[in-house]
Design a protein around this ligand. Sequence first.
Ligand SMILES: C[S@@+](CC[C@H](N)C(=O)[O-])C[C@H]1O[C@@H](n2cnc3c(N)ncnc32)[C@H](O)[C@@H]1O
Length: 295
Amino acid sequence: MPMKPGTLGDWIAYAAMRLSKARLHFGHGTHNAAEEAAWLVQSVAGIPYDRLAASLDTSLTPAQQRRAEKLIEERIGSRAPLAYLLHEAWLGEERFYVDRRVIVPRSFIAELLPKSLAPWIVDPKRIRRALDLCTGSGCLAVLLALAFPQAKVDAIDISPAALVVARRNVRAYGLESRVRLLRSDLFAGLAAVPYEVIVANPPYVNARGVKHLPLEYRHEPALALAGGRDGLDFVRRIINDAPGFLAPRGLLIVEVGHNRKALERVFPSLPFTWLQTSRGDGFVFLLAREDLTRH
Ligand SMILES: C[S@@+](CC[C@H](N)C(=O)[O-])C[C@H]1O[C@@H](n2cnc3c(N)ncnc32)[C@H](O)[C@@H]1O
């Protein structure tokens, strides 16, 4: 550990040591103390991630050093995810504003758009209508609009507070004319116009899981996490109602956390395709409209 951190590299090492000693939970945009330290210091220094390696010898100003120290203290003292302290979260290359009105974006669906859908969507430019159920910060709605450049995207959430954050992100990406934000209880408030793609990252933590969540998750809206006794309350409703909102050969793509086995027990005859993500193939399923209507 450097006794007196000065350069960016020193500060990353120092922050990593402090965060690691504090036995925090990582999983809101980073996997470990070193990654989180790099994010914290890089953000304080205002250096883009791709220039970090070349900037390790740069000195932090005294004001930046004070801010870095304060953020380290806050992260350890409050156990709030760093994303809330910085008011930013990243999905791949895309940055989103976040605060405690929304969950910190980390959906696997972000990794899949649009490349992993190539077997089903040959030409992303031909997608005209897409829906993001449970949009939270609006992150997946924005990514849908970027992945499908000709599409109109509807994005719904039941939380008016979350929709305020989503509106801010949609505006930051200049997508107001293509992304429409609506308050709705899943499909209840939507007209039955057919969508070619529906994505959903609904609340899916089961009752037992909710009780054992690390402290970091208690800073997130409970409404965004709790999925009922078996975690499948929302997923069941989505599967049952989706056929009425999908175009012919339209796709339903849903993240289910660790509930793959439970879901396959509930719907034994549905031919789920489990999409490959960076953590394996048990977290996001795809079903075409015809798979849903035949079962
Ligand atoms: C797991 S978060 C996902 C947020 C965002 N899509 C993401 O991936 O970061 C689930 C979201 O579902 C919303 N939600 C909870 N119950 C809902 C309901 N009945 N209808 C619509 N949205 C709901 C919550 O407000 C929350 O924003």
